[in-house]
Structure formats: C-alpha cells, structure tokens
Ligand binder design. Structure first.
Ligand SMILES: [Zn+2]
Length: 342
C-alpha cells in the first residue's frame, strides 16, 4: 500500500472516530431529553425492571396462540423427508398415511399434533400453475410466499404447517386432508392469478371464501384490506379480473363451493388467495422482488392475526358468483406420481 493511501486511511479512521464520539454525545443528549423510558440504565431501577415482566403475561394471553391440544391419537406425521401426511392407521415406526397422490403407504415419521395455521402453496411438481412472462412459475412463487408467511406467523408464536414444503405434486384431496387433521384456526391456499381482463388503479386481488362459513368470509375481507394496504403502495400497472374483492364462487352444477380446495376443507375456516397477476408483466416484475414478496406475506400474515385478535368484519365483499363450468383439472390423482416419502 503506498504512503499516500496510508494517510488517507488514517484520516478516514480519525474522521470515523470523531463521528462516533459526536454520535455518542448526540445519543446521550437525546437520552437526557427523552428521559428514562428509552434509557438503558432503567435496568438498574427495580421498578422499571419489574414493569415489563408484570405486563408481559397479559399481553401474551391476549395476543398469543393457545397450546395445541394432544388429542390422544396421532392424526398426522412428519416423514423423514419433511412431508406432513395424514395418518390412516398403523403405529410408531410404521404409519399408514395418505400420500401426496391420495393413495396409502406405510412410512416412519414423527407425530404432528396440530397447527394454528395451515398454508397451502398451490400447484407443484409437474403442475407449475401459471407461468409469468419472465418464466416465473406460480408453484415456486406460491411456496416462497408461504415460507415467508410461516416465518412471520412463527415469530408471533404460531405453529404453522405447509401442505408442501418442496416442489412436489400434491392432490387437492391430500392438501385438504392435511388441513382437516391439523384443526387450524385458518387454512390458506396461496395462488397467483393469470389471464386478466382489464386494468385497475389498485391491486386486482381476489380472495375466495367458503359459502357457509362466516369466519371464512371475514378472513377473506380482512385479507382484502391487508392486500390493498400492503400492495397498493407499489403503484404499478395493475391488472384486474372480473372478480376483485372478497367473495364466494358457487358451482351451478353441485350448488357447493366451486373450488375443490375450499370444498374439501369444509369444517376448517379456509380462504384461497390470488394476490396479484403473475401474467401481467408489471406485476410479474414486482413478484420477482424481495420487497413485494415480503409485502404480500405481511398482508397474509396480518389478515390471519386480525382474524384471531380482533372482531373486525373485513371489507371488499362482492356477491357470490355462480359458475357453470367445472373447475380446472389440476390437483387430481390422474397421472400423479408420489415423491419419495421417507
Ligand atoms: Zn394457482
């Protein structure tokens, strides 16, 4: 290193040191002004030290997740490769389970008692779902968002199970069965939309709830509010379908919930989320970014937390839509090949 560089380096260190001193001085002035509430030495005061512990339990009771009950029977197991599968029978070391392709197999695994929230990343394996202009696969995006939501909810003390935590194909039957066996307070099937019909000034998010469950409807309305709040600030060229908002879809053929995942999960408060249009280049570009993915995950996690912690009714509700055509064939058993289970 030449001598001049040494001098520059030493000058930089001196400036840095001066800066640190100045910052420390400013900080102590700030402490003097703001008083003991933000002052670290409060630890030395018995009253101040006792305050947080005396308020913490009530806060936890109001905002926390309850302990998950042991039903005395094993309803699901986590196999050595990390799949959570519903138990049909068997015993420790040799569980008979419902496989991803909705057949049965005998596997080893550790019991999973239940979960506060079950997240269902749509598609996977040889069912990629929508594919964006940049080649972004909906299956991969759905899984990434689900993992981010899981991290946010776990930070709040929730136990979270994903119906798939890998790029594997999973039938709707097995996804819904996992939801039912976990007895969660909420089950969210996470998707991203394609084929817009127009333009919108705000995110064209679609939240589908179950026909008969008022809590499902409330959760959809809360998720709608959170999506608008967290996604609208990105202010891009939004796409829109004909179903933005929170609504149910009824099959005209069966009179029941149109979407198989919501129908099969009846008994569990469930919502299908379509946050943004993967097929719209502007939204595809956003969906490639960490910032947008974090915002979407925050919206979903906050919707679930508000379901649990508030009586807020939600908004954005639209009339139930009657649908004549059958739902897509994705998620069926035909051509399904199970991944390694153990
Ligand atoms: Zn999808």
């Amino acid at each position: 290193m030449p001598r001049s560089s040494h001098l520059i380096l030493l000058s930089a260190i001196a400036l840095l040191a001066a800066g640190v001193v100045a910052a420390l001085a400013a900080a102590s002035e700030g402490d003097a002004v703001t008083g003991p509430t933000t002052d670290a030495p409060a630890e030395t005061s018995p009253e101040a030290a006792a305050a947080p512990t005396s308020t913490a339990p009530s806060t936890t009771a109001v905002l926390g997740f309850p302990a998950i009950a042991d039903h005395g029977e094993v309803r699901a197991v986590r196999t050595p490769v990390g799949l959570v599968l519903p138990v049909l029978g068997g015993e420790q070391g040799a569980w008979q389970v419902l496989t991803p392709c909705a057949t049965s197999a005998v596997v080893p695994g550790e019991p999973v008692l239940g979960a506060h929230v079950v997240l269902d990343p749509g598609h996977g394996g040889d069912e990629p779902g929508a594919v964006g202009p940049t080649g972004l696969r909906e299956a991969d995006l759905n899984l990434d968002i689900a993992r981010r939501v899981r991290a946010l909810l776990e930070a709040e003390g929730a136990t979270v199970v994903l119906t798939r935590d890998a790029d594997v194909r999973m039938t709707l039957a097995t996804r819904a069965s996992i939801a039912r066996t976990m007895s969660p307070v909420a089950f969210l099937s996470i998707h991203h939309n394609a084929a817009p019909v127009g333009r919108s000034g705000v995110p064209g998010s679609e939240l589908y709830h179950q026909l008969a469950d008022p809590e499902s409807k409330r959760l959809a309305g809360l998720l709608w509010e959170e999506m608008q709040e967290h996604l609208a600030p990105f202010g891009t060229d939004w796409a829109i379908g004909d179903d933005p908002g929170a609504r149910a879809r009824r099959s005209m053929r069966t009179g029941d919930d149109y979407y198989g995942i919501l129908r099969n999960a009846q008994g569990v408060t469930s919502v299908l989320t379509e946050a943004a249009y993967l097929s719209n280049p502007a939204e595809n570009a956003l969906l490639e970014t960490e910032e947008f993915r974090d915002a979407e995950a925050r919206a979903i996690a906050d919707g679930v937390l508000r379901l649990l912690r508030t009586d807020d009714p939600g908004s954005g509700f639209k009339p139930t839509k009657e649908v004549a055509v059958p739902a897509g064939s994705g998620g069926g058993v035909r051509g399904c090949v199970d991944p390694p289970l153990a």
